[in-house]
Design a protein around this ligand. Structure first.
Ligand code: SAH
Ligand code: SF4
Length: 340
């Protein structure tokens, strides 16, 4: 049975029309579940009994269960159990501009990046729309506050779960759904080129981040298998297409791995690659992970790398770090609990 949290308002309108009912009922149902927080069709007192029975037959209220929480002042990390027993994680961060949540999009990930804990576990399955959405709703419930920003950068490759991801965005941004502005949402992809183009065609206000992590194909392929399918030139072409369509600045994420991709030469090569592209580079200090060899770059080398990009007129920031105490990098809490 389909979860009521998995359906967009448009699709629910179509459902009602097919059943010979008025489409505004979709908006009423949305108000009940997202505004008033009801968890049963029987509580939807402005719907007729027949409508309620029909909904009960076709839809369920799926749940995800919080099984573990680690927290300090600025970050809370949650582990959820899904109805089939699989586990996923979400991270809440407290910023001066509000609360942001990092959500997972798949169980495991097939991209197999060498430095990533999530990639160690092959993809088991995609998350459904409601499993993505409920991460936000459950964490909001836990902290008793509205979440203003969403990043899709947890476990999984969102563009490998594209259709569900798009429906998820639709509900998150719907004024009758979670009503979070498109510009407050960021999706991060390892670079699945055809999906970057499809996403560009939507001309959405959702921010796009690309995990680049290397300035040339040789190095990138050694870190990210996906580079054998879509190389740097193809990614840059897709980004140019995206910029033409949306005129929105993209972010390139660049993990700083000691003596691997953090040399001065890499910084110079990266500057050349990105010259003239409307972007900024986010340097991410690597979060060291058990059983993975890579080390975090020295702070002084991160600063040098930053300076070289700056001197070459590339917009660059160094990611603020959250939760080094709370297994912050993607996949780490899950790995700890499951003993991977
Ligand atoms: N699959 C998508 C989104 C999830 S990963 C992607 O790869 O973009 C989100 C980001 O976390 C990516 O940039 C990824 O490279 C980075 N990441 C993975 N493991 C990390 C670690 N141990 N420390 C810091 N960043 C990490
Ligand atoms: Fe998957 Fe992203 Fe991790 Fe690569 S970095 S294995 S794409 S989750």
């Amino acid at each position: 049975m389909k979860s009521i949290f998995s359906i967009t308002r448009n699709k629910l309108e179509d459902y009602f029309l097919e059943k010979g009912e008025k489409k505004f009922k979709a908006t009423q149902v949305f108000e009940w579940i997202y505004r008033k927080g009801v968890r049963s069709f029987d509580d939807m007192t402005n719907l007729k009994k027949e409508t309620i029975d029909m909904l009960k037959e076709d839809f369920s209220f799926n749940e995800i269960k919080m099984v573990e929480k680690e927290e300090d002042e600025l970050v809370k990390k949650y582990l959820f159990e899904l109805s089939d027993g699989n586990k996923i994680e979400s991270v809440l961060m407290v910023h001066d501009y509000g609360l942001s949540i990092c959500i997972s999009s798949q169980i495991g990930c097939n991209m197999g990046c060498a430095f990533c804990q999530s990639g160690r576990l092959k993809k088991i399955r995609n998350l459904t729309v409601d499993e993505m959405l409920l991460q936000i709703m459950e964490v909001e419930k836990d902290v008793g506050e509205r979440i203003s920003h969403v990043v899709v950068m947890g476990i999984g490759e969102p563009f490998d779960n594209y259709d569900n991801f798009i429906d998820f965005i639709n509900i998150v941004t719907d004024a009758y759904g979670l009503a979070i502005g498109q510009r407050h949402i960021t999706v991060s992809t390892s670079g699945i080129v055809p999906k970057i183009k499809l996403f560009a065609d939507l001309e959405s206000g959702v921010n796009l981040a690309i995990s680049l992590h290397a300035p040339n194909n040789k190095l990138r392929s050694s870190l990210m298998k996906i580079n054998n399918a879509y190389n740097i030139e193809e990614i840059i072409d897709a980004i140019k297409y995206y910029l033409d369509k949306t005129n929105r600045r993209v972010t390139f994420e660049y993990i700083m791995l000691k003596d691997v991709n953090d040399t001065d030469e890499c910084a110079i090569e990266l500057s050349k690659l990105l010259k003239g592209i409307n972007c900024y580079v986010n340097l991410i200090p690597y979060n060291e992970t058990e059983n993975i060899e890579f080390k975090r770059s020295n702070t002084s080398q991160i600063a040098r790398f930053y300076d070289i990009l700056k001197k070459n007129n590339i917009n660059v920031t160094i990611r603020k770090e959250f939760g080094s105490n709370v297994s912050a990098a993607c996949g780490q809490l899950r790995a700890k609990v499951e003993g991977e």
